[in-house]
Design a protein around this ligand. Sequence first.
Ligand code: T5A
Length: 207
Amino acid sequence: MTRGALIAIEGLDRTGKTTQTTNLLSHLTKLGKPHQLIKFPDRTTQIGKLIDQYLTDKSFELSDHAAHLLFSANRWELIDKIKKLLAEGVIVVLDRYVYSGVAYSSAKGLDFEWCLSPDIGLPKPDLTIFLKFKNDDENMTRDGFGDERYEVVEFQKKVKVAFEKFKGIEGWNELFVDGKGIEQVEKDVWGKVEDYIEGVEEDLKFF
Ligand code: T5A
């Protein structure tokens, strides 16, 4: 019996994750494949509302460790729902996930292993597409950059370095997006996702 695939779209701020997850969902809808989008942070839950306040109000004080645990708790809030959907054969598309959690917090100087520890036990994505800029300053030029707490060029450079540590892990795929139009990135993303839409035979793996 096959289950639904767990697909994560990752990347720095303003790399086009929301644009591409939306386009991916349209493809799946056209093909009649059951799917569900889950965006992290999910700002609608009680914990998510606190995260939203933390991200948008730069005067909101919270220690880096506490902020990290909130992002992780926000994932745990939704994990039963995700597992149930996958078991029912639904393709679950994640807009950010554990890798963002670890990359952003370790870029602040927190220990990498400590950052991963609260997420241990969460399901691993079958496929992760990391949208990447060759040019460090590229996301700064995108609409809306700078509105939130982490949208600072120097910090984004550190996050980019932190994300490099995931290179080579199972299911990790990098996609350069500099100078590519939305349609081209959409085609590239679809090229990677296509193999997963008929379901996955193997059991879920966990962090
Ligand atoms: N975070 C998150 C943590 O610290 N720990 C965690 O555990 C998690 C889960 C909020 C912040 O939280 C941090 C990371 C973040 O700093 P978020 O809500 O996902 O996370 O915030 P953003 O990454 O900033 O998400 P955005 O929705 O703002 O950006 P997207 O989704 O990457 O980009 P998108 O699709 O909205 O596109 C941005 C702009 O670029 C254009 C779009 O039209 C749009 O104007 N664009 C392109 N332009 C030219 N060419 C292309 N190919 C384009 N693709 C998109």
